[in-house]
Design a binder for this molecule. Structure first.
Ligand code: TUI
Length: 323
């Protein structure tokens, strides 16, 4: 399935692994890249030495392209941005803000830049600044989220920019991938689906919670603070929501609760940790390898009619003639 995304990133299938803070390490990202997709090392909250080590580990696993992400709310973002330019990773993805300050440095280093956007306004700004593609991420996603659904956001972004669009949020299988392609996307990014793969190193207890999740088992915290994040319902999420709803709440107390909450989850404290996951946790039922997930995803999407570039171009031309 060749699209502008496979061509641009030098990958075999248009499947990108979402950068999940403290989760997407060399083990996961290397497995995804090896399988023909794009693995992305998550640099959010990570020390610079750890990032350097993970990049070199992936490079020892495969010669295929590798990505890394910069979480722009991270106090360390500028240093991470510079380190990734020096390491010359193949692709940089960004999230939770605008990467305008770093675009020139990354382009000069010959790196492909793929910002995650949650609105057409940011997508258009990113295209003007030289982004090579954008990930349009709907509110179904896990972690930090925007307002719009994937169904509304992806076609709007496709209409607003000429660079390739990768859909994210609410995609866990071939049905989701085919739907994203029908909306005009030329690639998909999945996070939640990769949480339970063998190569993902989070605690088994976290994986079990994802495998057992039903469609209403995620909750959004932080709406009031302007930093909404979706995670699985548990004691931690309920306590955070309760504090947020209490008008008397003390911001310091909330901050104290968040401290270390991602680490607690990945280490298996499923009561007191923040288990970030998207709504499609409800569609994840089994433990497979990253390669199995990718192969099945693409085969299923193709069977459902998701097509490569030539056929999509023909379809879009027909649509434009009809308009
Ligand atoms: O960044 C993500 N997802 C994340 S980051 C993260 S780390 C974290 N840790 C603890 C608490 C909260 C977060 C977990 N998940 N996704 C990409 C994404 N970016 N989604 C939405 C956006 C976004 C939103 C607004 C990007 C830009 C934006 O506006 C920027 C502007 O200047 O308009």
């Amino acid at each position: 399935m060749k699209t502008r995304v496979t061509e641009l990133l030098g990958i075999e299938v248009p499947v990108i692994q979402g950068a999940m803070a403290r989760i997407a390490n060399a083990s996961l990202a290397g497995a995804v890249s090896k399988a023909g997709g794009l693995g992305v090392i998550a640099c959010g909250g990570a020390p610079l030495e750890w990032i350097e080590e993970q990049v070199s580990l992936v490079r020892s696993m495969t010669d295929k392209p590798i990505g890394a992400n910069v979480m722009l709310m991270d106090p360390n973002a500028a240093e991470v941005a510079k380190l990734l330019a020096d390491l010359r990773v193949d692709v940089i993805a960004t999230g939770a803000g605008s990467p305008a300050n770093y675009m020139e440095m990354w382009k000069e280093a010959g790196i492909k830049v793929v910002p995650v956007v949650a609105s057409t306004a940011l997508a258009v700004r990113m295209e003007r600044l030289g982004a090579d593609a954008v990930v349009a991420e709907g509110t179904e996603s896990g972690g930090h989220i925007g307002e719009l659904t994937t169904m509304a956001l992806v076609p709007a972004v496709c209409d607003a920019v000429s660079i390739p669009v990768i859909a994210a949020g609410g995609i866990a299988d071939g049905r989701g991938m085919a739907a994203a392609f029908a909306l005009g996307a030329e690639g998909v990014q999945l996070g939640t689906r990769f949480l339970t793969v063998e190569e993902c190193t989070i605690a088994d207890a976290y994986k079990e919670r994802v495998l057992k999740a039903k469609d209403s088992d995620t909750i959004v915290t932080g709406r009031g603070s302007g930093h909404p994040a979706r995670c699985l319902k548990n004691r931690f999420a309920r306590s955070v929501r309760k504090l947020e709803e209490d008008m008397e709440h003390n911001g310091d107390e909330l901050e104290q609760m968040y401290l270390g909450s991602l680490r607690r989850a990945i280490e298996g404290d499923v009561d007191n940790g923040s288990m970030m996951a998207g709504q499609v946790a409800a569609l994840v039922h089994e433990r497979k390898t990253a390669a199995q997930v990718i192969d099945e995803l693409v085969a299923e999407a193709e069977a459902l009619g998701a097509r490569g570039m030539d056929e999509m171009a023909a379809c879009n031309a027909r649509r434009e003639r009809a308009l």
